[in-house]
Design a binder for this molecule. Sequence first.
Ligand code: A2P
Length: 337
Amino acid sequence: KSYRVAILGATGAVGTELLELLASRNFPIADLKLLASERSAGKTLNFKGENLVIESVSDRSFENVDIVLASAGGGTSKTWASVAVEKGAVVIDNSSAFRMNPDVPLIVPEVNPEAAATHKGIIANPNCTTILMTLAVWPLHQVKPVKRIIAATYQSASGAGAKAMEEVKIQTAAILQGQQPVAEVLPYPLAFNLFPHNSPLTDVGYCEEELKMVNETRKIFGDQDIRITATCVRVPVLRAHSEAINLEFETPFNPDEARAILSNAPGVKLVEDWQRNYFPMPIDASGKDEVLVGRIRQDISHACGLELWLCGDQIRKGAALNAVQIAELLVEKNLLK
Ligand code: A2P
């Protein structure tokens, strides 16, 4: 059996990766529709050697579609998801619009695939930083429950979209030529710099990105008691996020045991060479499916603490790959309408 798929936001950083992944993973496609804004209508994108014409999204876009992969921002998803569901499609939404809606499953296929069975037409793809963290923490949490997570992130420009990635390159070139960098997409120059994450600040003093890590992880793990705090920072890296994660358990967690568990965990690749001081780096994680995890060590400040470090491709596992895996899960479990 094959399926009629639409990509909403096909021209974006995540949209183009979705196109690549549907082709390389041989997703069973009967028909593929590329949707974006009016700005892109009429342009073409290549899929398996064929040039497909991009359409401007409208009511009619969702007729005769089985699966919508949406990655065009929260506002666009809010406008079009219900239209698509009404017309009979299942929407896998990459925006934050529906993630905390109790009627919408929030899924990392390696962690909570069973949640897919409860969907009512919309499934949310979690925040990129959250997806990467859950892949490393869930397998440990299965063996010994995590009480508290303290995370610090080093997030790439890609999370802010293709235009932000381009801006960092232009800023870098400008600085190397002795010119002032210009920031238009991101709030401040990112080249040769970093700044606390640019998502809106909330009244508890955390930015929205930090609260996504808190609330989404609890929802994905099905554990409202787990305590989580995070500091999210943008760094001048193009497409892979890094995270320093401190985990506190009820009882000590032997680092070698954690290493053994993570070397067999789905979606995770253990990367550690203590002799060479070689550990996960964004440059190595870029373009890869797996989250690279390493530098696993005993927290010297807490007997029940464990430290680890990870890097993962923001566009792939942080967004497009996770969404395609959700689509594959729906096919495998026969959960499409
Ligand atoms: P377009 O290229 O036509 O603007 P990114 O996350 O890389 O910034 O990409 C955002 C994606 O969302 C692009 O494909 C963009 O299309 C699409 N998009 C943005 N606003 C709209 C809109 N109002 N309707 C449809 N697609 C949109």
